[in-house]
Design a protein around this ligand. Sequence first.
Ligand code: SF4
Ligand code: FES
Length: 251
Amino acid sequence: MEKFINITLKVWRQNGPKDKGRFEIYKLNNITTDSSFLEMMDILNEQLIGEGKEPVAFDHDCREGICGMCSLYINGHPHGPDDDVTTCQLHMRKFKDGETITIEPWRSAAFPVIKDLIVNRSAFDQIIASGGYVSVSTGGVPDANAIPIPKADADEAMDAASCIGCGACVAACKNGSAMLFVSAKVSQLALLPQGRVEGARRAKAMVAKMDELGFGNCTNTGACEVECPKGISLSNIARLNREFLCAKLQD
Ligand code: SF4
Ligand code: FES
């Protein structure tokens, strides 16, 4: 049932990458619990603009859990308190009347803050560009359909491919590791015959780029899997480790 709540927002404001940043407190009244978290942020910005203040910069695009842009740390959790949803899929019914909600950007050396709640996640693009693709000829659609692929492998590849590159796994990890992301991107291709051809080169190149960009090491704490909005499994990290080890043995 729709309710209306009054909330206090503690929002990270930072003018640019070199600014120290600070929290600012805002009060919002009569927010419908049917609104999404980002709609609530829109209301906050309308209020700020009405008061002649600068609106809060935050990232978003699809607002339906696909693009991975809405990278907010809410009350200590990437994408907030709900399970298996992105920030844009989070609703205000998850919060109580009178609650104080703390909103921060991803905190990771590899994702520097651009402004307020927006971080630079182009490090992920660089990792993909280093090898997260198939560059051999795989024929046309009829050829792909003619290759028998076990259902279990196809399902696992599809599960891995559901990674939206949001970066919550990195933000959740005390080491700032990107292993869950990289392992999903390696797995979605390694599980299919079209991706196997370049499997060894891909695993080595993507791990090397991840290390070069300053992401931390994985120490198997599992925080990434818990906070991932797409339920990407830690088993992908085990597969990446196997792929990487086998590739190194072939050197
Ligand atoms: S593995 Fe999950 S948390 Fe990490 S980038 Fe992909 S979808 Fe986001
Ligand atoms: S805005 Fe696209 S996933 Fe949230």
